[in-house]
Every structure is written in C-alpha cells, then in structure tokens.
Design a protein around this ligand. Structure first.
Ligand SMILES: Cc1cc2nc3c(=O)[nH]c(=O)nc-3n(C[C@H](O)[C@H](O)[C@H](O)COP(=O)(O)OP(=O)(O)OC[C@H]3O[C@@H](n4cnc5c(N)ncnc54)[C@H](O)[C@@H]3O)c2cc1C
Length: 453
C-alpha cells in the first residue's frame, strides 16, 4: 500500500507543470488567494460576469493539490441539510439555498461537458445509510418523498449489498467526480481565459485587497480568500472553524466484488455516524472508502498526520473490510488524507472581512465539492460589488457561532473526538457506550464545537 500524502487522484490525473511564482508587483481587479475549488470557481464566475476583469490567483502550493484534488469526489447539494438550514435561516431562505446548491451540482456537470473537461462527472444519488442500530432513523427529518426518499433495508442492499446496511435515505440530486481532474481542468480553462495563476506563492499578508507573497504583491480592487483549512491561521477567520482530518483508502481494481455487491449505479454512500464513513466506486472498478475520524489539527497546521495518519489509515482499512468482507484478501493500493475546515453549524459561510474589500468562504465541513461552486458564485458577486443574486443567499454574511479559542479548542476537541470514536465503535458492535463517553460525545452541540460531518 502506498501512503501517499497527495492521494491517488492527483497521480491518476497527471498534474500539469508547475507555474512560476509571483515575482514583482502586479495590478488586478480581483486577486484570489487559494487555488482549490473555491478560488478557481470564484475566478471562473468573476469572468462569467465581467469577461474583461483582470483576475490573479495566488496558490501557496499547486492548484488542486489540497483537499480539492484529493477528496472523495462526492458532489453534493445541501438538500439533506434542509432541516438544519430551516432552523438556521427560516424556510424560504433554506429552500432557496437548497435549490441553488442542487443547481450547482448540475452546473458542474454542464461545465465539464461544455468545457470538454473529463472529470469523470457522473450523476449519482447520495445514499445515507444506517450501519448500526443506533443510527436507524437518521435522516428521516429530511425525507420529502421527492428529493429525499426513505429506503428500507432491502432497498438499500439492492443498491449495495453490504451486510451492515440496515436502512437509509436517498438524496436524488448528486454526482461523483475524479476530484483532481476537475481541479486541474478548472486551472487550465482559467489560464486559457487569461487568468494569471502563480503557484508556490503563499500570501503572507493581506491589506485591504493587496496581497503580499515572498516574491511580490498583487494590488487589486477586491480580494477573495479561498484558503481552505489554512483560514484557521488567519486572524479575522481564526475563530470561525476548527480543523479536523479525513482519510481515504483505495482498493486495487475489484470489479468482481463491485458486481457481486450489485453496486453498479455509481451511488455515493455515507453512513450515519458523526465521524462518518463515505464510499464510492471508480470507473475502473475500485472502491474508495473514507473515514472522517482523523485527529484535530493544532492551530492551522495542516501537514503531517492531517495528511497521512497511519493509525487512522489502519482503522479505515479495517472498517472497509467490515463493510465488505469480500475485500479481506484484496490489496489496498493507496491511502491518503487531508484537512477539513469544520464550522460550528456544519454549513459553509461566505463573509466579508473588515474593510469590505476582501471576501472569504470557509467551513464546508467535508462537503465542499458541490457547495464551493455556489460559494464561488457568491464570492465573485461580492468581489464585483454586487449585493443581489448569489451574494444575497442565506450563507452570505450570516454570523455563525464562533468556535472556542485555543487551547480549549484543540484539547477539548481531541477529547471529544476520542469519545466519539469510542461511542461509534461501541454502537457498531451493538454495545451501549459508557456514561462518560456519552457525555463527552454529546458536548459539541452544547458548546458550539463541532468535529466533523
Ligand atoms: C480526504 C477528504 C475527503 C473529502 N471528501 C469530500 C467529498 O467526497 N465531497 C465533498 O463535498 N467534500 C469532500 N471533502 C472536502 C472538500 O475537499 C473541500 O470542502 C473542498 O475541496 C474545499 O475547497 P477549497 O478550495 O475551499 O479548499 P482547498 O481545497 O483546501 O484549497 C485551498 C487552497 O488554498 C491554498 N492556500 C492556503 N493558504 C494559502 C495562502 N496563504 N496563500 C495562497 N494559497 C493558500 C492551499 O494550498 C489550497 O490549495 C473532503 C476533504 C478531504 C480532505
């Protein structure tokens, strides 16, 4: 097995050649900080609205080498979160948001087709399944019989015959992609449209809309901060997110197993845990199996065990075989992880920084592939001075609960994570978790500190 910090998707896609770093001063209308999906979609939407705008992207590493190029590739809407969205924003705003997020799922597919980017976009429903009695009934609040439908055990197992699957719900609008191909495709199409992209160009300071790297400055009319989990190190955004990690193991091609499971519809599947498992197939018959049970990041540190944590990988691998016993003797070829920007509401938000010339999106909480397209629309509108349309969506400008300061954030969150792991392992094997574990696992909701999902 290759423990590969970058992940298999990036290798499969074949990363494009590195672009030169920023050297000297450049003027722009919009400077984008971060070349993941949020930054790249923002740049795209700026050009859609203002084709002559001068757009510069500054990327600390290489575009798509962060979580955007190594995630599970689930392209999800926010429809399953409608009950939470209604509580947070009220019904009309929640409905508008869910509809816009579904539109983004489709728009990503349309974009790939129009732009001739082969990102393996495949419309695929998202099944949220119960794999333990404690998780039965999860998701029923979201069932509307149309966009989200309930499935009994037989129906779930007809889609994917894991012996653990008990029941579930199906979210109709969704898709899967090869995430790195999408990120690299975006990067290339932006360059073709004249966007100047500088790689290995970490922004160390942002003053208004002027971004400074070690090699130069970009003086812009507006800035878009799309730095993912690294936002946790940026003072105005520091108390908006905690950083956790998620890991994926990838099998060798096992088309025989996929076939025997009847898992032939390309469904994206996740389970009902808080530290959830997520699983999908690939066109060459592999199974990618993820677990959001990684450790908490200290500060904004996103390397090291955030990217490859052997203990988390070993647990993920063991869980994979529990879900699919037929994989017992089969090779796991790759394993990797990455940081997750977790917001207190588990919903992404878009906000303007003090001064009003810079705008940021963060807090996707492990669900940014679809929503980053929508957040990118909102960020582009804000950067162009608009306050209507996508800039008026409920996730924009909302003041989410803040996370507790460090060191409480990290020590508290690490304790809670351990409790959640213990609780969910006990539930999985049909045991009742102990009282201390239950109390700790219930804490996040009470103190506004959420771990994942
Ligand atoms: C293992 C894993 C599995 C996941 N699975 C899924 C999934 O299946 N579906 C889903 O919807 N979501 C998933 N996610 C989450 C998803 O990948 C993210 O929500 C999404 O990629 C966020 O995109 P982004 O552009 O906001 O952030 P990122 O992809 O993190 O991009 C931010 C970029 O900013 C750069 N940067 C940081 N600081 C600076 C700076 N100072 N100057 C310049 N550049 C900077 C970084 O190098 C990085 O390239 C997963 C994440 C992980 C780690």
């Amino acid at each position: 097995m290759v423990h590969d910090a970058r992940g298999w998707w990036i290798a499969e896609a074949g990363p494009p050649p590195l672009l030169p770093a920023l050297a000297g001063d450049v003027d722009a209308d919009v400077v984008v900080i971060g070349g993941g999906y949020t930054g790249l979609w923002s740049a795209w939407h700026v050009l859609e609205a203002a084709p002559d705008a001068r757009v510069v992207v500054l990327e600390a590493d290489r575009c798509g080498f962060g979580p955007s190029g190594r995630n599970g590739g689930f392209v999800q809407s926010m429809t399953f979160s409608l009950p939470a969205l209604r509580r947070q924003y009220g019904s009309p705003a929640a409905e508008e948001l869910a509809a816009a997020s579904e539109e983004s799922v489709r728009a990503i597919g349309d974009w790939c087709a129009e732009q001739d980017v082969d990102a393996w976009y495949r419309p695929a429903p998202h099944l949220i399944v119960s794999a333990a009695p404690a998780h039965d009934g999860l998701g029923v609040a979201a069932v509307d019989g149309e966009r989200v439908v309930a499935l009994n055990g037989e129906q779930v197992r007809a889609r994917c015959a894991s012996p653990l699957f008990r029941e579930g719900v199906e979210v109709k609008v969704g898709a899967t992609v090869q995430p790195a191909r999408l990120a690299f495709g975006l990067r290339e199409r932006l360059r073709e449209r004249g966007v100047r992209i500088f790689e290995r160009s970490r922004v160390g300071a942002l003053e208004g809309a002027m971004a400074r790297t070690h090699g130069g400055r970009v003086r812009a009319g507006a800035a878009i901060v799309a730095a993912g989990a690294a936002a946790a190190a940026m003072p105005p955004l520091r108390d908006r997110i905690t950083v956790s990690s998620s890991h994926i193991v990838l099998t060798e091609p096992v088309p025989d197993v996929v076939e025997a499971l009847g898992w032939v519809g390309g469904e994206a599947i996740s389970d009902g845990r808080t530290l959830l498992h997520y699983l999908r197939t690939t066109p060459d018959g592999r199974i990618a199996f993820g677990w959001a049970g990684g450790r908490m990041g200290v500060g904004a540190r996103t390397g090291g065990r955030m990217e490859v944590d052997p203990e988390v990988v070993a647990q993920t691998r063991a869980d994979l075989v529990r879900y699919f016993p037929a994989l017992a003797g089969r090779a796991i070829e790759h394993a990797w992880g990455g940081p997750i920007d977790v917001s207190p509401t588990h919903l992404p938000h878009v906000l303007s920084l003090p001064g009003g010339r810079a705008h940021a999106a963060l807090g996707y909480t492990g669900n940014g592939v679809g929503p980053s397209h929508l957040a990118g629309r909102a960020l582009a509108a804000l950067a162009l001075g608009r306050r209507d349309g996508p800039a008026a969506l409920a996730i924009v400008g909302a003041a989410p609960r803040r996370v507790p300061p460090e060191p409480l954030r990290v020590t508290g969150a690490a304790l809670i994570r351990r409790a959640l792991v213990a609780k969910e392992q006990a539930e999985q094997s049909g045991r009742r978790p102990g009282a201390v574990v239950r109390a700790l696992a219930a804490l996040p909701g009470r103190i506004g500190l959420h771990i994942v999902r």
